[in-house]
Design a protein around this ligand. Structure first.
Ligand SMILES: Cc1cc2nc3c(=O)[nH]c(=O)nc-3n(C[C@H](O)[C@H](O)[C@H](O)COP(=O)(O)OP(=O)(O)OC[C@H]3O[C@@H](n4cnc5c(N)ncnc54)[C@H](O)[C@@H]3O)c2cc1C
Length: 375
């Protein structure tokens, strides 16, 4: 792209959400003829939150009925399984156990009710005997089985989305950071930095899918009102991996933390069969992705509650991810998919607070964005 080119649509951020939007535009009956550029500040796609998560395909159990998280998770999960099958993206429909103690029956029941309200109708209550036969190493009195939960190779998924989008003509611009945006007769005038050079181009429609940096991008849009930028807090999650052969075949989750701050230190499996425990929740001020090895004893104690066989097995610091959590009065945050026209910015769409289940919901989030782009 050269200085002062024009693109119909510019997407900022090649995480799983920006990539899904690019792919959906490229196959959209109305939008596919539009010229599209996908900007990414890093050398590669998906180097931030999209490669620092549990890679779980969530069923849609936890989220408030009617919320975007609930609606887009359920819809996105169905699309994701379909996409994986159609495009040879590795996934496994492992199923998931949500487990509790005898005194947590009421909490499990309300999770069951929440799932039904969200359209997740396949949960099965489990007794101790059921749990023992599904997962002999797990110690829990009661539980729920979610058959539609699973895992995905998220890198392969993102690679596939990019491949489709590029084949359909989307221009992927890595190492290109959007710095600021002005308004102009053609829509938006963007200034980008690419390998120490600044250049500018215009676009008619602009999609801010910058993940943890969505607020920074919004602040760089000339005169965009501050009340249109939801406040964000950073909540880090650390993972430890279990050395050796996997003792489990399902994902195993304790009950979620209050206000869904996190889903509790759970067991996830990756496509190679490796067991990871995490993520915990820790408020942080900046993007430091290192794992604090001093957390190991706390993880060990938490995990031993439901996996007594952990004993002295090795837990190794694995990786961390940072949740772009929105601040709300009641502490329960939803995705925000904002149509800029409500702030007088026609053609601007901004995504804020795309934390979990953003990977599962990505294809459904992309549908919502393409609908807005067609207005
Ligand atoms: C610990 C953890 C566990 C999770 N587990 C799950 C899970 O199991 N299942 C699930 O469904 N979801 C999960 N999630 C949520 C999921 O990972 C995210 O919702 C999803 O990855 C968000 O994707 P994104 O594209 O919005 O953001 P990102 O992946 O952060 O992508 C944004 C991109 O924008 C780029 N960018 C930023 N600023 C600019 C700029 N100025 N110019 C150009 N490019 C820019 C960044 O470099 C980045 O590549 C988890 C999240 C965390 C943190």
């Amino acid at each position: 792209m050269s200085d002062l080119d024009h693109q119909d649509i510019c997407i900022v951020g090649a995480g799983v959400v920006g990539l899904a939007i690019a792919e959906k535009i490229s196959t959209h009956p109305v939008l596919h003829k539009q010229s599209v550029v996908l900007l990414e500040k890093n050398r590669q796609f998906g180097q931030e939150t999209s490669s620092r998560n549990s890679e779980v395909i969530h069923a849609g159990i936890y989220y408030r009925s009617g919320s975007l998280k609930a609606l887009l998770c359920v819809e996105g999960r169905q699309q994701l399984y379909h996409y994986c099958k159609a495009n040879n993206v590795p996934f496994l429909n492992t199923g998931k156990l949500i487990i509790g103690g005898q005194n947590q029956e009421a909490a499990l029941n309300s999770l069951y009710e929440q799932a039904i309200a969200n359209g997740v109708n396949d949960l099965q209550p489990l007794t101790r005997t059921d749990i023992n036969s599904l997962e002999p190493e797990i110690d829990a009195c009661i539980g729920l089985l979610s058959p539609s939960s699973g895992i995905i190779d998220s890198h392969a998924f993102m690679q596939s989305l990019l491949h489709h989008a590029e084949n359909a003509g989307v221009l992927f611009a890595p190492l290109t950071q959007l710095m600021c945006v002005e308004r102009c007769a053609k829509g938006f005038l963007l200034t980008c930095k690419s390998q120490d050079m600044n250049y500018r181009f215009t676009c008619s429609q602009l999609v801010n899918a910058a993940g943890l940096s969505a607020q920074t991008v919004a602040q760089g849009i000339m005169d965009f009102p501050l009340q249109g930028i939801p406040q964000q807090e950073l909540v880090k999650g650390s993972y430890f991996s279990l050395q050796g052969k996997a003792p489990f075949t399902h994902l195993i989750y304790p009950l979620p933390e209050p206000n869904l701050r996190g889903l509790g230190v759970h067991v996830t499996l990756d496509m190679s069969g490796q067991v990871k425990f995490g993520p915990d929740t820790e408020e942080v001020c900046g993007l430091d992705y290192s794992v604090d090895p001093k957390k190991e004893p706390i993880f060990r104690k938490t995990i031993a509650h439901y996996y007594p066989g952990l004993g002295n097995k090795n837990l190794l610091p694995a990786y961390t991810g940072i949740r772009p959590k929105l601040k709300t009065d009641d502490g329960v945050a939803d995705f925000v998919i904002q149509d800029g026209s409500s702030f007088g910015y026609e053609g601007l769409i901004q995504l804020f607070g795309i934390e979990s289940p953003g990977l599962t919901a990505s294809l459904a989030i992309a549908d919502t964005v393409t609908d807005l782009l067609c207005h």
